[in-house]
Write a protein that binds this ligand. Sequence first.
Ligand code: NDP
Ligand code: OXD
Length: 308
Amino acid sequence: MTFLYKANAARGAEWARFFAARAPELPFRIWPDIGDPDEVRYLAVWKPPDDIAATFRNLELLFSVGAGVDQFDLTQLPPHIPLVRMIDPGIRESMIEYATMAVLALHRDLVDFIAQQREQVWREIQIVSASSRRVGVMGLGLLGQAVLQRLKAFGFTLAGWNRSPRSMTGVTCYAGERALPEFLAQTDILVCLLPLTAETHGILNRDLFVRLPRGAKLINVGRGGHLVTDDLIDALDRGVLSAAVLDVAEAEPLPAGHPFWSHPRILLTPHNASMTIPESAVDYVLETIGRHRRGEALPGLVDRERGY
Ligand code: NDP
Ligand code: OXD
């Protein structure tokens, strides 16, 4: 019975250390050293290998080492193998930091100041109070809620939009497609923290941008597939949007010459908003394995119908 890890090798070495300490009875291997594939009962991956079911015939549980699972072709996974996404305080805390950094950067006009510094321009920009700045988060899941919770401390006017109804103190919550225009109309800084599914693919597009107040700002920490590149560039060039912070791209690494690299109103990071922390991730997978063995419900179990 083996646990096989297929993701960042340096972090895999840390997983190995925590496995050795916390589950010495469970052999731990790092891809491509898979050993006997029939021994693999548990597989944790970022990018899934081909033919998982045919290669690992005795697989019992499949883990995503990230919170998102859009990298899996859910139609190719046999129904008897549960897919479990990562629920990790490390992901949550680093996402809160990143989203807070991005919201504050856009709120306090950092994109303009970077441009001014390059041009040696010393010019004040009128400060807008946090209470007058309306921040809206798309996706009120674990991360969206955690980000909003932390943003309360700054005094922003907060809203959230979600598939099913949610309620959060101090946050105006909107639900469903019909409520989207109303949510957008009162959002100055839009944060995308949706999972990438058939429904959300390309959601950050021209039609959505024009529903925001003119000159609104965008933060995409969901997935590159949420955003239509040409529509963003056009919106920025025409002043429909005034700035964007992007952590994700449709093709990663972003290809040379892509317009995101050089657009003066885009701040770009290399899918680095948050990271799974090996120590807490190992606790989570071992707890999930225990629950699975006991036949208990699995927090983080992916609903294949919904796609997240
Ligand atoms: P959750 O599954 O906890 O939350 C997803 C939320 O999105 C749910 O509240 C869900 O609604 C809502 N949702 C799903 N589909 C729609 C839709 N069509 N319209 C409106 N709302 C919808 O996920 P997390 O919060 O943990 O993570 C969200 C995403 O963040 C991940 O899938 C991943 O893509 C991204 N991510 C990015 C990282 C990075 O480093 N850039 C790091 C980690 C995550 P409902 O309540 O109805 O289910
Ligand atoms: C994740 C990510 O999904 O890092 O966890 O993007």
